[in-house]
Design a binder for this molecule. Structure first.
Ligand code: NDP
Length: 489
């Protein structure tokens, strides 16, 4: 498949003003996949101009028509499933079986969900005092900036653009420079299905240049960011200039609690998916396994066996269950966490290094890793963002809850138990935006997604996301009120 490598501004693919290029690398073998145009501040400015010019027309377009275009886009993505899945797998390292079965369908479904929702956002009439009519309209925010990371580039494009466009905003979106290709492909499809020029603008570039400009731009009125907590703070600071609205979907350190009354085989499989899917590069990954004393040995025995059997390999091979990490730098960072663990007295039970297989030597692979660690250790507190799970034991429910809530994060967590009352009690006690009971990492476009505390604020998906892309305008009408003379003369 040939893929666009230029910026998408005002409905056209264009070169970057300064002519800079960035090499996009295949994580399977380190080869160069493409060289893309590098957006800098002046390109972001051009994109914001295009989005601002498109805003009056797009926001006035009947909501049903905006929805129709999103539905057409969802169909076009589905029709391109094979091409998009291969592109995403080659660029990110996701196994093709996952890109085909999860990333592409979830992207289409999310655009379709918000396409259907475009004309369902309604205002309200407030029962106010006699003689007045007060109604509230929901209006789009304006030009919105969206900053997307490298872990699920295609899917996050739909999570961000779906609600923004359905609500009538225009968009300037920056994919990570590591994984921009599927987003540029979506831009091509948007042009094909008839989105007007300027409604969406795509500006791949480095975070400290293009990303920073989006966060501070006076013409952008909301910024939605997914990425690390440290960068989230920078975005908040940069946004202060024009007091733009900010939505932050940041890191996590998901606790995954297995109680002594859990269905152990189900918990073992679910916990492996919780951490190892997408090589652990997920904000909601279940990266801290908390095991009840009584079942810890049995659970760990089965879990280690399963972990060691996971098939690493070329993402394009249908048999591959785990691909490479997305960049060499990130692989080195993940491997370095094993030394951090050992230095604090932790024990690497399996994995913790690149595989020895010669055919994977040039890629950015790391063996799935299980580490025994104490709750206060750095590896139990910091987001590793790789196939790296810590194991800690607990004695009772109170201790499990205290451990689960014992980090700065509050994104998602899971628990495995056959006791119904305990399941709901512990779900309530989690300080987090999401909880999974006897499952993990379920997402759906109708279900709000996001975190609390160090994991950010605001929600993606569902009515909450649509709402967050609108402003309330309250209109007062004097229908037949006889106003007293305020200044009698
Ligand atoms: P970052 O937070 O640095 O990057 C996320 C996005 O923000 C990228 O598009 C990045 O661009 C951009 N960005 C970087 N600096 C700025 C800035 N000053 N202003 C605006 N945008 C900026 O994450 P990393 O990619 O460096 O990953 C580091 C760690 O972050 C991971 O190991 C993980 O812990 C966490 N993370 C969490 C994610 C999540 O889903 N919650 C997703 C990705 C990372 P660029 O690519 O050029 O840096």
């Amino acid at each position: 498949m040939t893929v666009e490598t230029r910026l998408f501004i005002g409905g056209e693919f264009v070169d970057a003003a300064a002519g800079g290029r960035i090499a996009v690398v295949n994580p399977h073998d380190g080869s160069e996949l493409a060289s893309i145009a590098e957006a800098r501040a002046e390109d972001v400015d051009r994109a914001v101009e295009a989005a601002a010019a498109a805003f009056p027309g797009w926001s006035a377009t009947p909501a049903m028509e905006r929805g129709r275009l999103l539905l057409k886009l969802a169909d076009a993505i589905e029709a391109d499933t094979d091409g998009l899945a291969r592109l995403e797998s080659t660029d990110t390292g996701h196994p093709l079986r996952d890109s085909r079965a999860l990333d592409v369908p979830r992207t289409a479904v999310t655009f379709r969900y918000f396409g259907g929702m475009a004309d369902k956002v309604q205002g309200s009439v407030v029962p106010v005092e006699k003689g007045f009519l007060n109604y509230v309209m929901r209006e789009p925010v304006g030009v919105v900036g969206q900053i997307v990371p490298w872990n699920f580039p295609l899917m996050f494009t739909s999570w961000k653009m779906g609600p923004a466009l359905a609500a009538g905003n225009t968009v300037v979106l920056k994919p990570s420079e590591l994984t921009p290709l599927s987003t540029l492909r979506v831009a091509e499809l948007m042009r094909k299905v008839g989105f007007p020029p300027g409604v969406v603008n795509i500006v791949p570039g480095y975070g400290d240049k293009a990303g920073q400009r989006i966060a501070e731009h006076p013409g952008i009125h909301k910024v939605a960011f997914t990425g690390s907590t440290a960068t989230g703070r920078k975005v908040v600071r940069a946004s202060a200039g024009n007091l733009k609205r900010v939505q932050l979907e940041l890191g996590g350190k998901g606790a995954n609690i297995v109680f002594d009354d859990a269905n152990i085989p189900a918990a073992v499989g679910g916990s492996a998916f919780a951490i190892f899917h997408n090589q652990g590069q997920a904000c909601i990954a279940g990266s801290r396994l908390l095991l009840h004393d009584k079942i810890a040995d049995e659970f760990l025995d089965r879990f280690l066996k399963l972990t060691r059997s996971i098939k690493l390999g070329d993402p394009l091979d249908a048999a591959t269950e785990m691909g490479p990490l997305t960049s060499a730098m990130h692989r080195d960072r993940v491997v370095a966490f094993c030394k951090v663990a050992r230095d604090e007295g932790g024990e690497v039970l399996t994995g913790g290094r690149p595989p020895e297989r010669g055919d994977l030597a040039r890629g950015f692979y790391v063996e799935p890793t299980v580490v025994r660690a104490k709750p206060a250790d750095r590896v139990s507190q910091e987001e590793v963002f790789g196939p790296f799970v810590t194991v800690t034991t607990f004695r009772d429910e109170d201790e499990a809850v205290a451990l689960a809530n014992g980090t700065v994060y509050g994104l998602g967590g899971g628990l495995w138990t056959e006791n119904l009352a305990r399941a709901h009690r512990v779900a309530r006690a989690f300080v987090s935006g999401m909880v999974w009971i006897n499952s993990y990492k379920r997402v759906n476009p109708g279900s709000p997604f996001g975190g609390v505390r160090g994991s950010g604020y605001g929600r993606e998906m569902g009515f909450e996301a649509m709402h967050d892309y609108t402003e309330a305008k309250s209109v007062w009408v004097n229908v037949d009120a006889k106003l007293p003379p305020f200044y009698p003369r």
